[in-house]
Design a protein around this ligand. Structure first.
Ligand code: NFS
Ligand code: SF4
Length: 678
């Protein structure tokens, strides 16, 4: 090669080289990005640099719902300032197009969560009918608690006596009714009545109580077909019905039935970040969302026979770690370590130490197959819904009827691959301790004192102003924004201002890595009021409630707060707000919309595909509040995001007449000094 040409190649390479410090605030991630560069492996961080998002699609105003398009309707200065006469070939306005696109995201998100829930319901029913020996009814208390919601009796009259029913016959009935929720055509989903009475009545009045899960999703697809619903308000109404079917049915049943099968989470210790991997161990990563298989892999990986087999291959043992929400599921129930959140999936393989990455469904990057091919890692797909067509993966299909056998096969494949490591192994040392597993039942127990579970003490602390309000911070990572940065800024700002944080998903993992999920974090990051409460109860100021389907736990926690009294009659009365600072998936849109339709002010970061349709945007950001009590917002700057959440919380406090208590509390210097002395 001529010297000039070689020089050009170097410049070309440098131009594309990302600067890892600009891409993440997580030291382990930064180290692995350097290793990726040294190994010549491309990741999503590189592609985000070289490929920009489509300027029209990002506005939400590109329609490809029929072959006369795609019709592209960008909002330019001309329309923004003057007359807006944009139309698709059929005459569709930017509002119709953006609303249809938004609705299809809700449909896809609701489908993903709910289809996950359906799989759980099927396994649940198989377990109830004793068709599988690998799954059993583990949490009988929770089963009895949810039986009531499905109208299933837990006792039976025998003569004059009221006797407990056999737990498995209760489970069969619950399982059948639960599974029926997907195909139900009429009436209301059972869990709608779990909501505060005022919320239920409002939904009823608005006609947005879901009939059945599948029906609402299908109806979105029908309405957004070419030439059907052309009224954005009417489209949004169906979005609400489908999103509520996700939050209050598909996701909520996934959570509940998983709890019955695998145990309701209670506080437990865990560890997080790539440093949980061990060079001299077989490392298996389970990645995706459903705990059905990973629960079995937990069992298989702890089997002494398997550990012995690993030793025969020269390994000291087996490390099983999670990635994305599968990780959250096995973390909150078993304390299994987490390797990282969404943007770290390629990086885990780049350590060179992962002998198998096992994936089920959702948030699995196709590029994993390419990265795995650069190392020795076996990428194993397990779900018929999710195969990676590169010829570089192994498919071991998981079946609930021989689940443990499948799991053993997978663990064995990983062990057999241990001697094949070829690249230099480099595992960053970073790992953090955390306390996780705050189901709404656990919060009830922990904040309620020793002898009675109740949300009353939490409410009292909100009313007296020690806790200013509740912030739900959830959602993904997004390669278009600095990894974990916005998550941590928002959470820290909220804590500083005495807002307790409930978290799930990839935000929970960002918090874990930053050391926010420990009781000790309260003294470091919280305002005096919140610090005092956390200290007294011994909880972290950020409560890890689980995976993304477990956002349903946040709905239930909010409902419990309403029911405990003193803070209004509806979720929309609470001094609370939610956000997803780094969202990327369609599931996030469905979650966002079910929170909005449940009465919550919900802010998204990064971007939202509504900018090209100002009228539709205004409806989501303002108009909706008058109808459902909650509304959408988009704020890129995480400081501003936190500020607006706090302003909303303060406005709600004022409306409740509890703003005065907080003012007094702030002037109480004695309390601050007491805290400093402690
Ligand atoms: Ni939620 Fe979980 Fe993470 Fe986003 Fe993906 S893992 S279900 S979608 S990226 S939080
Ligand atoms: Fe264009 Fe209308 Fe077809 Fe959409 S449905 S692609 S706006 S003609």
């Amino acid at each position: 090669m001529a010297p000039e040409e070689a020089k050009l190649k170097v410049i070309e390479k440098e131009k594309k080289q990302i600067k890892p410090e600009d891409k993440s605030v997580d030291p382990a991630t930064i180290k692995m990005l350097y290793k990726a560069q040294a190994d010549g492996v491309e990741t999503i961080f590189d592609r985000a640099e070289t490929m920009k998002a489509c300027a029209i699609g990002i506005q939400g105003t590109c329609c490809k719902n029929c072959s006369q398009g795609p019709c592209r309707l960008p909002l330019t200065k001309k329309e923004a300032e003057g007359e807006d006469s944009r139309k698709g070939l059929c005459g569709a306005t930017p509002e119709t197009i953006a609303a249809r696109n938004f609705a299809r995201m809700v449909a896809a998100g609701a489908a993903a969560h709910s289809d996950h829930g359906r799989g759980v319901a099927e396994v649940f029913l198989a377990a109830a009918r004793k068709e599988t020996k690998d799954y059993t009814i583990k949490d009988e208390t929770k089963l009895k608690a949810i039986a009531g919601d499905f109208g299933v009796a837990t006792t039976v009259k025998e003569g004059d006596e009221e006797k407990e029913r056999d737990i498995y016959s209760i489970a069969v009935e619950v399982g059948e009714k639960a599974l029926g929720e997907w195909g139900k055509q009429e009436g209301e989903i059972y869990y709608a009545r779990r909501a505060p009475q005022a919320r239920y009545e409002l939904w009823k009045k608005l006609g947005i109580i879901p009939r059945g899960i599948d029906r609402e999703i299908v109806e979105i697809m029908h309405r957004t077909h070419m030439g059907v619903d052309q009224d954005y308000e009417n489209i949004v109404k169906q979005c609400s019905r489908a999103a509520l079917a996700d939050g209050w049915a598909g996701s909520m049943m996934a959570t509940d039935l998983q709890d019955v099968l695998f145990g309701t989470p209670y506080p437990i210790r865990g560890q997080i970040n790539l440093g949980v991997l061990k060079e001299d161990h077989v490392n298996i990563i389970v990645h995706g969302h459903e705990p059905l298989l990973s629960e079995m892999i937990v069992v298989a990986a702890q089997d002494p026979e398997m550990i012995e087999y690993a030793r025969t291959k020269g390994a000291k043992g087996i490390v099983l770690a999670g990635m994305c929400c599968t990780a959250n599921e096995i973390l909150v129930r078993h304390g299994m370590p987490i390797a990282g959140n969404y943007l770290q999936q390629e990086l885990a393989i780049i350590t060179g130490a992962v002998d198998a990455m096992v994936v089920d469904v959702q948030c699995i990057m196709e590029n994993l197959a390419n990265v795995a091919a650069c190392y020795h890692t076996k990428l194993i797909t397990t779900n018929p819904r999710c195969k990676i067509a590169s010829g570089k993966t192994i498919h071991i299909e998981f079946d609930e009827h021989h689940a443990l056998e499948d799991a053993r096969k997978i663990v064995k494949t990983a062990i057999d691959n241990f001697p094949n490591r070829r690249a230099e192994v480099l595992i960053p040392k970073e790992k953090e301790m955390m306390v996780v597993g705050f189901s709404y039942e656990a919060i009830n127990y922990h904040l309620g004192g020793t002898f009675r579970g109740s949300y009353t003490p939490l409410n009292d602390n909100i009313i007296n102003g020690r806790i200013r309000g509740i912030g739900g911070v959830v959602g993904c990572n997004n390669a278009r924004t600095m990894h974990d940065s916005a998550h941590l800024i928002v959470v820290k700002e909220l804590l500083k201002n005495d807002v307790i944080v409930l978290t799930t998903g990839c935000n929970a993992m960002a918090c874990g890595k930053a050391g926010l999920l420990t009781p000790e974090a309260a003294r470091v990051y919280c305002g005096p009021g919140l610090a005092e409460v956390c200290d007294a109860v011994g909880i972290p100021p950020v409560l890890h409630m689980g995976s993304c389907v477990d956002n349903s736990r946040i709905l239930m926690a909010a409902t419990e707060v309403v029911k405990a009294g003193g803070l209004g009659n509806d979720i929309s009365d609470l001094p609370a707000a939610g956000c997803a600072p780094e969202w990327m998936s369609e599931k996030a849109i469905s979650i966002g919309h079910y929170f909005v339709a449940s009465g919550v002010y919900t802010i998204f970061g990064v971007t939202l595909p509504v900018e090209g349709a100002p009228v539709f945007k205004d409806y989501l950001f303002n108009g909706l509040e008058k109808i459902v009590g909650g509304k959408w917002d988009l704020i890129e700057d995480p400081y501003e995001m936190a500020r607006k959440m706090i302003a909303h919380i303060d406005a709600k406090r004022k409306a409740l007449g509890i703003d005065k208590a907080r003012e007094r509390k702030l002037m109480d210097m004695a309390d601050r000094q007491k805290l400093k002395a402690a």
